[in-house]
Design a protein around this ligand. Structure first.
Ligand SMILES: Cc1cc2nc3c(=O)[nH]c(=O)nc-3n(C[C@H](O)[C@H](O)[C@H](O)COP(=O)(O)O)c2cc1C
Length: 171
């Protein structure tokens, strides 16, 4: 039986090079909707997503996020912020929303990646995000420039899974 969710989890890879063509608004809408629908601690939904489509804004993000300069060439990007007051829960909730959006984007044929990790005060200020929020990450989006069919580099299952108690191999 095919499981599309597993297939997305199995095949998704970070995409850092994008085609020039735009991502249609309905596709972007589904990606954002997936973020909105994500579950959160106590259903707090402490996130805010700023979708950036204008080239000037994308270039600005590319220059502000040191580890994601390629955002300048993306078709769009989503700035993911969460209410600082929610602390670790907010961090977890926003991370989970990012993962949902990355998977749904992948399901649409759109490549993306997670760039940056918190403390992106420069992004917060530039995009008029209130001080009560921490910017966790910027997610560039676009159709992959090259066919992405790489093999995931991951530790073997036997190294990261135990049965019943830590260190006991799974049969
Ligand atoms: C929390 C987190 C932060 C990341 N930060 C960056 C980043 O700042 N820049 C970047 O290019 N990739 C970033 N990545 C992408 C990872 O480097 C990438 O997912 C990982 O190397 C595995 O590669 P794969 O997704 O292609 O399998 C981040 C991923 C995560 C989960």
């Amino acid at each position: 039986m095919s499981n599309e969710v597993f297939e997305a989890a199995r095949t998704i890879l970070a995409v850092r090079e994008f085609e020039e063509r735009p991502v249609p608004d309905d596709v972007l809408g589904r990606i954002l909707e997936a973020g909105r629908l994500t579950a959160s601690a106590r259903n707090g939904q402490p996130w805010h997503f700023v979708v950036v489509r204008e080239r000037d804004g994308l270039r600005k993000l590319g220059s502000l996020v040191r580890t994601g300069p390629y955002t300048a060439n993306a078709a769009a990007a989503i700035i993911v912020a969460y209410e600082k007051s929610t602390g670790q829960y907010g961090l977890s909730d926003a991370s989970r929303a990012i993962q949902t959006m990355l998977l749904v984007a992948w399901g649409e044929g759109v490549g993306s990646n997670w760039t940056g990790f918190g403390g992106l005060e420069n992004v917060r200020e530039e995009f008029a995000i209130p001080e009560a929020y921490d910017v966790l990450a910027v997610v560039p989006l676009g159709y992959p420039r090259r066919k992405i069919s790489g093999k995931k580099k991951r530790k073997p299952l036997s190294e990261v899974v135990s049965a019943e108690r830590f260190g006991q191999p799974v049969g």
